[in-house]
Design a binder for this molecule. Structure first.
Ligand code: PNS
Length: 172
């Protein structure tokens, strides 16, 4: 059984992530999409780990060999615990490569694990969760970049955040 992990923050999942997971699901018998639960970064996230996992579960439900899990701490510890020997990462551009290579080499120094890079499909090469959030915050149309259910949650969460910011501003 060839198992792989697709790790990430997924705040929120985009169509680019789904493309990589879909292609990984054709290469491996089982793919675990692993959501990093970094407590120190939780305030910086737009969505909680549970929300990010829910959105991923809905977005990958059409792939029978894909599951979603959360992990805390080192990715290699998660891989050891789940009998995983391959990490799948999408590469958008050369700018991704330096950091991804460094992480791949660090991970393989920690355990016997390979990182498999899948080139992002050209239509998603500019796509990042951070940009989706920024564009959506200023009213830009991101409907072609995320699944519909993610778009609804994103729109709702940004409206909540805007209302909170307004309330805070009024309180000062
Ligand atoms: O979507 P991101 O933010 O690029 O995902 C980064 C992630 C979660 C895959 C990476 O930060 C990670 O693997 N974190 C777990 C901690 C760890 O193992 N760090 C050492 C990496 S060499």
């Amino acid at each position: 059984m060839r198992k792989a992990v697709c790790p990430g923050s997924f705040d929120p999942v985009t169509n680019g992530h789904i493309d990589i997971v879909a292609r990984a699901s054709l290469l491996f018998d089982e793919v675990v999409v692993a959501v990093g639960v970094n407590k120190s970064k939780s305030r910086a996230r737009l969505f909680t780990a549970e929300e990010r996992m829910e959105m991923l579960e809905k977005s990958t439900s059409q792939f029978p060999n894909v599951t979603v899990a959360g992990f805390e701490g080192l990715l290699t510890t998660f891989c050891e615990q789940h009998g995983i020997r391959a990490i799948v990462k999408g590469l958008r551009a050369v700018s991704d490569f330096d950091y991804e290579l460094q992480m791949a080499q660090m991970n393989s120094s920690l355990m016997n694990i390979e990182t498999v890079f899948i080139p992002t499909s050209p239509e998603y090469s500019f796509l990042a969760s951070s940009l989706v959030k920024e564009v959506a915050t200023f009213g830009g149309d991101v409907s072609s970049l995320v699944p519909d259910h993610v778009l609804s949650r994103l729109t709702q969460r940004l409206a909540e955040r805007a209302a909170e910011a307004e309330e805070e501003g009024e309180g000062q």
